[in-house]
Design a protein around this ligand. Sequence first.
Ligand code: PXP
Length: 246
Amino acid sequence: MNLPAPARLRLGVNIDHVATIRNARGGDHPDPVRAAEIVASVGGDGITAHLREDRRHIRDADLKRISEATALPLNLEMAATEEMVQIALAHRPHAACIVPEKREERTTEGGLDAAGLHNQLQPVVSRLTDAGIRVSLFIAPEERQIEAALRLGAPVVELHTGEYAHATGEQVAVELKRVADMAALAAKSGIEPHAGHGLTYENVQPVAAIPQLAELNIGHYLIGEAVFVGLEAAVRRMRELMDAAR
Ligand code: PXP
């Protein structure tokens, strides 16, 4: 089944790093819930939050508060562990994006090995899907990972754009082509492609121009920019750049 090109590219804003700043002082300011409300007020399409095993930014109580504060769909990023499955089943977010997670990493460094972890992922994908949660797999833009997502029955893949974002010189076009080719392959296979990681004002447009992509998830850069111009202005500017690229 070939998915038609989506009319509009959605912007999901990852608000984890508002919680990172909050947690630096152990209090309740700045509140990621307020960030979610601002994202909703400026036309963001979704809130993305990663509940990590070590709770370094988003915490369990934040999920409920975020869901209650805005009508925007919540995309819960989570490791494929029993603990996280239980939390997802209790909270019923709109979507769950399965990510690889290493305790010592600074951020999600690579894609999920959907191909190598098939047997571990299958029950996780099934249980979340049965609960009405839209499952996405955060994978490297590689054919074998798309094929694995297809075997697992995941309706969505999020293509990891970190290699593209970190590339320099001629490698930029090579990495961009990998993302574009795998977005096309996913859509051709009936899987909705999303993308994210490391996107900025400077590098977002070539990715936003990939016609099959339905959603971008952007966090660190937007929260960093918000320090200087405010979250509202940062989200608006990203939205303008994305729209201009289509
Ligand atoms: N999508 C996924 C699945 C992620 O894990 C992350 C980072 O947590 C992002 C998007 C956002 O990446 P960044 O913070 O670099 O914009």
